[in-house]
Write a protein that binds this ligand. Sequence first.
Ligand code: AMP
Ligand code: MG
Length: 406
Amino acid sequence: MYPERVELEEGLNLLLKVGRQTDIEEVPVAEANERVLAENIISKENIPPFDRSPYDGYALIAADTVCASKENPVTLSIVEEIPAGHAPVCRLKPGQAAKILTGAPVPSGATAVIKYEDTSFTKDTVTVFTPCKEGSNIVLTGEDVKEGELVVEKGRKLSPALTGLMAGLGYERVLVYRRLKAALLSTGDELIPVGEQPGPGKIRNSSIYTLAAYLRQWNVTASVMGIEKDHAQRIAEKIREGLNSNDLMFTTGGVSVGDYDMVLEALKLLGADVLFWKVRMKPGMAFVGAVYDGKPILALSGNPSAAAVSLFLLGKPLIRKMSGRTDYRTAEIQVRMLEDFPKKSPSRRFLPGTLEIVDGQAWIRFAKKQGNGMLNPMRDCEILGEIKAGSPPMKKGSIIRAYRFF
Ligand code: AMP
Ligand code: MG
């Protein structure tokens, strides 16, 4: 038998335990942004590969300038000009300088670079009015990346900057985890496709659009399978079909305790292992976690906001883990409430809201409309505020835990 009414963390851990990582593929680094890296990137090179000037100016020997002042300037003779992309030819001797351009290698013998604007110069000489510090304006070899350094860790989601960093190290292709594939099935006798006009008692199959859109935002290939009636055998068939070509499955509707709630029955008919039923939270109490053929099934409530909250709290960390990410758990923040929450909370609540920064503090503004069955609460949702089970009505300014939604 499976546990009923589990804590969120317990349910999540049960799902995380069964979620398998996807396999690995190689992609051009130009297409690697937002993908999860499946190898450690260890630098085989230094960046920069040579000591380099960050400015247009003059490379010189700092010791030549120790006595330089407005009254007693030091004049050095220019022995060469080094544009970016060219190697210096000379080795500087005392009294000599080289004209150097941004990004060019510092010539040997030079111990500092002085910017153009801090000198006066002719074609053949440069005059310096203050002492230069040893090493000033020289970007040292390997200052950015050292040879042998672990630059990007396996399991990390790649960003534009990391993509450029890997390209800078000569990686034309990198190993990433394959994108997860998820199937979504809506269940309910009342549902009709969006393009149709609802007859008596019918409503449009709307919430699946939100769920699929979130999944796509999280880099999952989401296949929407349409609507199935409240019929256990048919739902079971659809889940089997969905899992045939996908890594995991989401369903909506039919997971409460009503006469027409057929999804739990369907999972049993299918022969899936039910991991748990119902989660101690509001919204999102109605939920079944299951596994079939090693693939997780998350059966969500039909209520649009409840489904979104469950998807976020239970689905997102699972998706991240299966996508290969090492940082798969949802990050928590502390926020203050911008308004009172007037109701008692016998069970743990998650309230959608927006994040506002006031006087350098993070605050939550709760959504105007709160209700499991509504489409509206999630519309501007950036964070979910958590009210602990057993809380009395809460005052404005109270500090609560919250989870960033994106
Ligand atoms: P259920 O989870 O089947 O008990 O459904 C809970 C509520 O959500 C009911 O009012 C349903 O009509 C509604 N609902 C179920 N599925 C959807 C859906 N795909 N889109 C919008 N509302 C839905
Ligand atoms: Mg229903």
